[in-house]
Structures are given as structure tokens and as C-alpha cells.
Design a protein around this ligand. Structure first.
Ligand code: CAA
Length: 382
């Protein structure tokens, strides 16, 4: 059985710093917003998926219990940055297979509670013991990319300038102030070649979506254009014992190939994408993984303006992880909510005009000998 699945509702909190709130307090309004948009009463929700990497055990029960959404399966999903997109992947499969009619998926993380500095890593992991924090891991990949394609560190700054220009138009972004190339290049060094403004920030965030079957979509469309989940793909990296390459994005390239094959959509059909720009260099690498350009042409694509608002294939209109923010477990579902609103023409000053096909890509999890822990891609169509 393979039934169509739709996004019935979205809930997005403004990302930022909320030290006075608990995870539960911050996430509940996102779920309420998504439920309200969906038009579904709580009794119509069959299953819930909840993600929080740093919030602690049973976060789903804490959030949904507050809303009286109990007595249904509540499944807590942890797959680092991809966590809540994995929840969407699983929920969509349940609905497509006819095992349920409606699901709510929520992601929340409050990273400011962790204090300053890089995100804490697993102290039993070999790479982590050797100091491979996320900025360092991506810095190594960026150095290799510079070597292979003749880029300078300052070239990555152009990604940040675009991200911050987009974020400045998004009232829900963590950073809403544009920056200049000079400001990015003058920001403090974090991990060569990255400076502070090449990195996504740590911050607090929560987002939710409600997915449902076609019959529910018809019953509760609420006057908004229906947005279908045309396909989802989930891959974990290959395990490679011994020396392995950290400089390529095999798992994202494989996920991109698979989503195009699964949906019959080609790279040039994508009008809008939210791509995992955790560090500025990553956005360029992922242009190539998603075949928006040939290997080595990513900087030229960026400079052409094609991926900026007003361009033909806009990447990260929300500001992406660099400007909208990256509260780990909230990011995947936030991207999917963002693309849904884009396809429905509801994105205000950062609207991609005429967008009908969009994708969300999130990848993460640093584990020794794995390229990435999990990469999730969701393709949405109006
Ligand atoms: C495998 C995968 O692919 C998984 C992934 O997604 S990897 C990505 C996961 N996320 C990360 O790794 C987060 C990356 N960023 C960081 O670790 C941190 O931002 C950092 C280490 C670069 C800086 O942290 P820090 O030095 O402790 O800065 P902090 O004390 O928090 O902030 C100082 C100021 O700089 C600002 N700031 C911090 N990080 C910033 C950033 N990345 N961009 C812009 N401003 C930033 C803060 O807002 C703050 O400003 P105010 O004083 O005005 O509030």
C-alpha cells in the first residue's frame, strides 16, 4: 500500500536564546500551532514522534502529555541533527502504508543550556577524544575542498553573506541582521579556515508538523494549497574501519540520487531547498551533492545569484542553519515546515515566488568511522 501523504500543519518558533524556558515549555506552542493549522482535533492524531538530542529522556511524553495527546504511541527519535526529519520519514511511511491517518512530529533543543563553546561530543568516541568537534571536522573537509577546487577561505564568506541577507527577511530567524564580507572575514577564528560567522550558531529552537492522509487533507485543507510529501530518503554513512575519507559527502550524494529516483524529480525541477549549511563550506559541497551544479562549480553557482532570493533555485531562503539557527533536533522538522510554507506562498519577505517543488536536507552525527550518522532528505510538492 502506498498512499499519498500531506503536510497538514506547521508550527515554528523563532529560534534564539530562551534561558528562562524549559524544553517542554518552548516546544508546546510549536505543536499547538501545527495542530491548529491542521484543523485536526487531538483525537484524530494516531501517533507522535518527538526528538531532542540534549533535552533528556522521554521528551515526547513530556511535551505531548502537557497537551493531553496521550494514549497513542509516542516515539522518541534521536539521530543527532537529523532526528526530527527521521521522525517525519517514519511518520510518512506509517501513513503511506495505511497504518495510521495522522501523525504529529516535533523537534526541540535548547542548546544555550549547554553553555558556551562547541557542542559536547561522546566522550567514548575515538574522534571526539582526539578533538574532532563539529567545527574541526567540517574545517578539515573545507580545507580539502579548497585544495581540490582552488578556493580561498574568504570565498566561503559569500555563503554567510547570502544566508544572513535571507535571515534578515525571516522574522523567525535567530540572526536577522545582514553582514558584509568584511565583517565575516574579520570575525574571530574558530577552526581554520572557519571564522565565527562561517559557523552556524548554537541556540534554542522548536518546530512541529502534522502529517496526514489524502482523506484528511481533503477534509481539513483550510483553504491552503495542499503540500504533498512526494518522497523521503534516509541513509546512514557506511562503516569504514581504519583510515577513511572525511572530505567527501557520500551519504548526501547517495541520498540526493535516491530522492530524485524515488520521486522522478530532477535537480533542475527544485525551486527551493533548505540544505544543511552547518558551516559555510558545506553549502557549496551540498550544491554538488544535489547536482545543482557540477563538482567544482558551486562557488560560480552561488556568485551567479541563482541560489539567492530572486534566483532560479533558491537555497536556504529562511537563512539556513547559519542565520535561522541550528537547534539540532529542531532543524529537520523546521526545514520541512519552512518548505511547506514556501510552497503555499506564506513566507512573506523571504518568499520564493512561484515555488512548487522543494526539498529539505539534514545530515549529522559525528561517530568514528562513519561519514555521517544519518542523512534525511524530504521532497515536497504543491
Ligand atoms: C555531522 C553534522 O553535520 C552535524 C552538524 O550539523 S554539525 C553542526 C552542529 N552545530 C555546531 O557544531 C555549532 C557550531 N557553532 C559553535 O560551536 C559555536 O557557535 C562556536 C564554537 C563557533 C562559538 O561559540 P562561543 O565561542 O561559545 O560563542 P558564545 O559565547 O556562545 O557567543 C559569543 C557571541 O558570539 C555570537 N556567536 C556565537 N556563535 C556564533 C555563530 N556561529 N555565528 C554568529 N555569531 C555567533 C553569540 O551570539 C554571542 O553574541 P552576543 O554576545 O551578542 O550574544
Amino acid at each position: 500500500m502506498n498512499r499519498p501523504v500531506y503536510v497538514l500543519g506547521t508550527g515554528l518558533r523563532k529560534f534564539g536564546k530562551y534561558p528562562e524556558l524549559t524544553h517542554k515549555q518552548f516546544a508546546v506552542p510549536a505543536v499547538l500551532e501545527a495542530l491548529k493549522e491542521s484543523g485536526l482535533s487531538r483525537e484524530r492524531i494516531d501517533v507522535a514522534y518527538s526528538s531532542s538530542v540534549f533535552g533528556g529522556s522521554m521528551m515526547g511524553q513530556q511535551i505531548l502529555g502537557q497537551l493531553g495527546l496521550t494514549g497513542i504511541p509516542i516515539i522518541n527519535v534521536e539521530d543527532a541533527c537529523s532526528s526530527s526529519a527521521v521522525g517525519v520519514h517514519e511518520a510518512a511511511a506509517r501513513i503511506a502504508e495505511g497504518r495510521c491517518e495522522a501523525a504529529v512530529i516535533v523537534g526541540v533543543d535548547m542548546l544555550t543550556k549547554l553553555g558556551r563553546g562547541a557542542l559536547p561530543l561522546n566522550r567514548e568516541d575515538w574522534d571526539a577524544i582526539n578533538g574532532l568537534t563539529m567545527p574541526v571536522l567540517y574545517a578539515m573537509r573545507a580545507r580539502r575542498y579548497m585544495h581540490e577546487h582552488g578556493l580561498k577561505a574568504a570565498d566561503f564568506s559569500e555563503v554567510t553573506v547570502k544566508a544572513r541577507a535571507h535571515g534578515a527577511r525571516n522574522p523567525l530567524a535567530q540572526f536577522q541582521k545582514p553582514v558584509t564580507l568584511e565583517e565575516v572575514n574579520a570575525s574571530r577564528e574558530v577552526a581554520d579556515p572557519f571564522r565565527l560567522l562561517h559557523c552556524c550558531p548554537t541556540g534554542d529552537g522548536a518546530a512541529a508538523v502534522v502529517l496526514g492522509s489524502e482523506s484528511l487533507m481533503k477534509e481539513f485543507a483550510g483553504g491552503r494549497p495542499p503540500v504533498q510529501v512526494a518522497g523521503t530518503v534516509l541513509h546512514s554513512g557506511e562503516y569504514e574501519p581504519g583510515p577513511y575519507s572525511m572530505t567527501t559527502s557520500h551519504v548526501s550524494s547517495k541520498s540526493a540520487r535516491d530522492i530524485y529516483e524515488l520521486t522522478g524529480v530532477s535537480p533542475t525541477d527544485i525551486h527551493v531547498a533548505e540544505i544543511h549549511d552547518s558551516f559555510a563550506a558545506a553549502e557549496l559541497m551540498y550544491y554538488e551533492a544535489f547536482q545543482f551544479c557540477r563538482p567544482g562549480d558551486a562557488l560560480a553557482l552561488l556568485r551567479s545569484g541563482a541560489t539567492s532570493l530572486g534566483g532560479r533555485q533558491v537555497v536556504n531562503p529562511s537563512g539556513g542553519l547559519i542565520s535561522r539557527g541550528h537547534p539540532v533536533a529542531a532543524s529537520g522538522v523546521a526545514q520541512i515546515a519552512e518548505i511547506t510554507r514556501q510552497l503555499q506562498g506564506r513566507s512573506g519577505a523571504h518568499q520564493v515566488e512561484g515555488a512548487r517543488v522543494g526539498l529539505a536536507h539534514v545530515t549529522g552525527g559525528g561517530v568514528s568511522n562513519f561519514e555521517h550518522g544519518a542523512c534525511a532528505v524530504t521532497l515536497l510538492k504543491r
